[in-house]
Design a protein around this ligand. Structure first.
Ligand code: AMP
Length: 402
């Protein structure tokens, strides 16, 4: 734990998740992830420590330039330096390489109260392979290792997991953000006040099979929206027209519905849908029962009856977990369901329920609607939160305990 470590006079290697969205000119369009890491950084500085920051940004190895070289301009963490300096109220030093002679020199010269940001960890091919030699070079820069990058905790990379090996127990810990993510997820998993309702949406059943299976073991209600609903509806003999269906998951969908019944979990599919004649914002739309969608039409959002039924369950819940949008919320005509569910979750929270929103798109929806501070906790880790809730051991967390 952070509070058990005395950072005074120490150099802390802090893995953060500064993988923020940037526009064409390299300006930060959403700094949530940077802000989320500030308490950890500030705490170390306030205690008289120095901070060496490691982060990835994007996928520079996968998106190399035509000549095979890394696109430094696009993926450099230099884009972050100005804004981070402003937020911290002190100058952040930048090393234009992730490891090497210059990184060593700058880290050695670093004084208490100073911050050094190293270049994008993924510029090193060894990062995503969990390379030991690379991890050792990072470890040699500091006395203490802090992992606050919950968003990449499900990856066994050199800077998120391997590096922890080179620090003894008592000299490695989760940062405050990671700790909050874990505590909030554990609250849902291990000590939920009931009724406990999970709302799962998004495009595909196949992405969330493990989550759904796991949820059926302990939730009271499971509300299914988004594209994945139509695979369930078709598996029950419904007519779903041209809606998104995973034909190879129909049997699985049937099994999940049977498991829900067996376990006494109330599993709700959307009664009705907003259907469209094309996958487009200017398509013709109407409302139809979700199991009677004509050919040539597709369900792109939950309908008004589904909103009412889902909202009623949400309002009666004491613990709420939400992952994935209810429709194609990126297009205005199909955003109503997701908005209504966000509002219901916020209202239930106002009445005293505990709510955790996790997963990139539902987080984006809640944030865009200005409801982020009306729910109990908004997770910064999409894939990592999903895996944590599925019950998997996250390498970035496990490595701190060895
Ligand atoms: P996921 O990443 O699995 O949470 O899925 C999010 C994506 O699912 C969003 O981009 C939505 O546009 C998409 N989505 C939600 N509902 C539907 C639907 N009914 N049909 C097709 N795509 C959908």
């Amino acid at each position: 734990m952070m509070k058990d470590i005395d950072f005074k006079g120490k150099k802390a290697l802090v893995r953060v998740d500064f993988n923020v969205p940037l526009d064409e000119e390299g300006n930060i369009t959403d700094d949530t992830r940077i802000r989320a890491a500030l308490p950890t950084i500030r705490h170390i500085l306030d205690q008289g420590g120095a901070v060496i920051l490691l982060s990835h940004l994007g996928r520079p190895q996968k998106k190399r330039k035509a000549d095979g070289s890394i696109d430094v301009e696009r993926f450099t963490l230099r884009h972050i330096v100005g804004h981070l300096s402003e937020l911290l109220g002190r100058e952040v030093q930048f090393c234009p390489e992730p490891v090497g002679e210059q990184a060593r020199r700058m880290a050695t010269a670093l004084q208490p109260g100073e911050v050094l940001l190293l270049e994008n960890t993924r510029f090193e091919p060894g990062e995503e392979k969990g390379d030991e030699a690379l991890a050792r070079q990072w470890a040699e820069l500091a006395d203490v290792y802090v992992n606050d990058a919950f968003g990449t905790a499900h990856r066994a990379h050199a800077s998120t997991a391997t590096v922890a090996k080179f620090f003894p127990k008592g000299a490695k810990t989760m940062g405050f953000l990671m700790q909050a993510e874990v505590e909030n997820a554990n609250k849902v998993l291990h000590s939920p006040e009931r009724p406990l309702t999970a709302i799962v949406g998004g495009a595909k059943v196949s992405d969330k099979i493990l989550l759904l299976e796991r949820l059926l073991d302990f939730v009271d209600n499971l509300l299914i929206g988004g594209g994945m609903a139509y695979t369930f509806i078709k598996s029950q003999g419904g007519q779903v027209g041209n809606s998104l269906v995973e034909e190879d998951r129909l049997e699985l969908a049937r099994q999940l519905l049977a498991k829900a019944e067996e376990k006494g979990v109330r599993m709700l599919l959307p009664l009705d849908s907003v259907i469209a004649d094309r996958f487009a914002a200017d398509a013709q739309t109407k409302v139809a029962p979700s199991d009677a969608i004509p050919d040539g039409w597709m369900g792109l959002d939950i309908g008004p009856d589904a909103i009412a039924a889902f909202s009623a369950v949400i309002m009666d819940s004491k613990t709420i977990l939400w992952n994935g949008p209810m429709g194609v919320f990126e297009m205005e005509p199909f955003a109503k369901g997701t908005k209504a569910i966000a509002e219901a979750v916020a209202r239930a929270t106002g009445q005293g329920a505990f709510s955790l929103v996790g997963g990139g798109d539902s987080v984006a929806a809640v944030t865009r609607m200005g409801l982020a501070d009306k729910v109990s906790f908004v997770s910064t880790g999409g894939g990592a939160m999903l895996e944590f809730l599925e019950g998997k051991t996250l390498p970035g967390i496990a490595a701190l305990q060895d």
